[in-house]
Design a protein around this ligand. Structure first.
Ligand SMILES: Nc1ncnc2c1ncn2[C@@H]1O[C@H](COP(=O)(O)OP(=O)(O)OP(=O)(O)O)[C@@H](O)[C@H]1O
Ligand SMILES: CC(C)(CO)[C@@H](O)C(=O)[O-]
Ligand code: BAL
Length: 279
């Protein structure tokens, strides 16, 4: 595996690959890699001949300076983990000056999807995501890009953006990878204290209980209320808990076959998200 940190070296590399008839898969990440990320890389098996993992903690998608400052980082450990998996050709880890030259003034905005759920909670977040993902897709010239369903709203928004901008790349969605107790793997989990880690299991547990209650005929409003209280009792501050249509993320009913339950909630200053389909 080659570590590339400049745009020019990346361009040279992918230009050579395309000339040789290779197809390229990319897994965009913010590093501090875990099994969820490795599952995204594995999902590219048999679909492409070259694989790139990008690691870039994108400053413009953070609406909270402390969240950016405290975001877990560790490029050496990330490189060692990817090296061990043996199926990554390039780890692309640009620094901020490679991505945002002085005077950088452009934003990609996906209206509608960017202002609900996490977008309402984190103003500007999805403009930052859409902008950096556009740049990473153009820089890597990827044919396929893998994204996790753990960040389901991000996945919907990126699909919309790729379609709207005619970007020549297809999206590979990957189901959420979970710990044995159900907690979705997430880089921010590394910031949880042992006590918070125990509390955190309430997140998937409450979602599952909520889904069961809705399937048994409980009204959406009442069921969400019970679930929200369970989370508060476990020590969470709940930012949103909502049932949305799986394609457009509009509010929906339990009878909708694409209905998904979405949650964002914090333990201390650590904000976690999760989602599960009803069906
Ligand atoms: N548990 C998981 N299962 C499947 N995909 C995941 C999982 N965790 C992260 N991903 C995906 O990996 C990609 C990179 O995500 P990112 O680097 O932000 O990691 P993360 O674990 O989501 O961190 P955090 O949410 O704390 O920022 C995204 O497409 C994300 O959806
Ligand atoms: C897609 C992404 C790498 C853009 O910075 C980030 O939002 C993430 O890791 O999900
Ligand atoms: N995985 C989502 C990136 C973020 O929280 O900024």
């Amino acid at each position: 595996m080659k570590l590339i940190t400049t745009r020019q070296d990346l361009t040279d590399c992918v230009t050579g690959w395309h000339r040789n008839g290779d197809t390229i898969g990319v897994v965009p990440t913010m590093g501090s890699l875990h099994t969820g990320h490795l599952t995204l890389v594995k999902a590219l098996d048999g679909k492409v001949t070259r694989r790139i993992v990008t690691v870039f903690v994108n400053p413009i998608q953070f609406n909270n300076a402390d969240d950016f400052r405290l975001y877990p980082r560790g490029l050496e450990a990330d490189a060692a983990l990817l090296e061990k998996t043996g199926n990554v050709d390039v780890l692309y880890a640009p620094d901020a000056s490679q991505m945002y030259a002085p005077g950088f003034a452009t934003r990609v905005m996906v209206s509608g999807l960017d202002s609900m759920l996490c977008g309402a909670d984190r103003p500007g977040h999805f403009d930052g995501v859409a902008t950096v993902v556009t740049k990473l897709l153009l820089q890597t010239r990827a044919n396929i890009a893998a994204f996790g369903e753990k960040d389901f709203q991000q996945l919907c928004l990126i699909r919309r953006m790729i379609q709207d901008l005619d970007l020549p790349v297809s999206v590979l969605p990957v189901p959420t990878v979970r710990e044995a107790d159900g907690l979705a793997l997430s880089s921010r989990n590394k910031r949880l204290s042992p006590e918070q880690r125990q509390q955190a299991v309430a997140l998937p547990t409450a979602l599952k209980a909520c889904i069961t209650a809705m399937k048994q005929g409980g009204t959406v409003e009442a069921t969400l209320g019970v679930c929200s209280n369970a989370l508060k009792q476990a020590g969470f501050v709940v930012h949103y808990l909502d049932l949305r249509s799986g394609s457009t993320l509009q509010p929906t009913q339990a009878s909708d076959p694409t209905a998904r339950l979405f949650v964002a909630a914090s333990l201390g200053d650590i904000r976690l998200i999760d989602n599960m389909p009803l069906a």
